[in-house]
Design a binder for this molecule. Sequence first.
Ligand code: SF4
Length: 346
Amino acid sequence: MYFSKQIIEWYFKNKRSLPWRNCSDTYKIWLSEIILQQTRVQQGLPYFNSFIQKYPTIELLAKASENEVLKLWQGLGYYSRARNMHATAKEITEKYNGVFPNDYKNILSLKGVGPYTAAAICSFAYNLPYAVVDGNVTRVLSRFFGIQTPLDSSEGKKEFEQLAQELLIEEKAAENNQAIMEFGALQCKPKSPNCKLCPLADSCFAFNNKIIAELPKKSKKLKIRKRYFEFFIINNKDKIFIQKRKQGIWKGLYQFPLIENTVKKSESTIEKSKEWKSLFAEPIKILKISPTFKHQLTHQTIFARFWHVKSKSETIAESKSINKKELKNYPIPRLLEKYLENIRII
Ligand code: SF4
């Protein structure tokens, strides 16, 4: 238990003060864990504060509309987290009378809660002996113990889970789990870990064998898909057209009518396409076309252009018309938000 004791000692000297720490409010712990999936603390903290301020209880979150929840989540990405969180708030309100379940099995059955989040909630809120295994934990374990098994393989997942569970000081599950996660986030960072001032350096395999940059290992290379989005900002006097996305990463968010291609196409090819014809039943006037913006997501690169056009049409396929001033009330992807910050809708 040398490893866990050292990590806990380090934690008490170095931990950050965060609003969901040192509290047993399961709602705050769960909310923070959902926000921090795929998001760093610095970016997630203002979102956590906004949610707690607007929805101080899980029942109030459950009562909100999906649009309101997505609007508050806007810019954080991975919007399925927000939709699942909203569904779970409703389930807890209806099925559990607003009281968060307090056992692993029921917590794991909630939407958007996987083994890592269930272990985090069980240990942080109820001090139950479930070890957390996330990116920070696997990095620390693989470097300290010299584990070469790829962390994204099924053997790797099993190996890291078993080791984390064996190392857990059960009666201190909450602080032990928080300690190793914080150690990975602040000390044993992905790039430039602070090995010179590390209390584990003497026994650390990666440090002593100079293979820190090689660990942890991954087997799969991330495949990145390219997508070309042509958005149409269609003006009809004080009206503008928007569409609700029905699927994909932006499901539930709103966007301008869109033509999507898998390869880059010229403006004249786009204007002759069948998608153009089904979008614009009547002639339109093109006012301007923006430069191409690159938007990088984990698994895809989006290249987007914005066409500002004028139309006399009252309807556009699969779109609804709203007053331009109302646009700010709709949840939209960060890509659109960034573009709109710098332009005026003509
Ligand atoms: S010595 Fe360096 S690589 Fe090893 S645990 Fe400490 S920070 Fe991580």
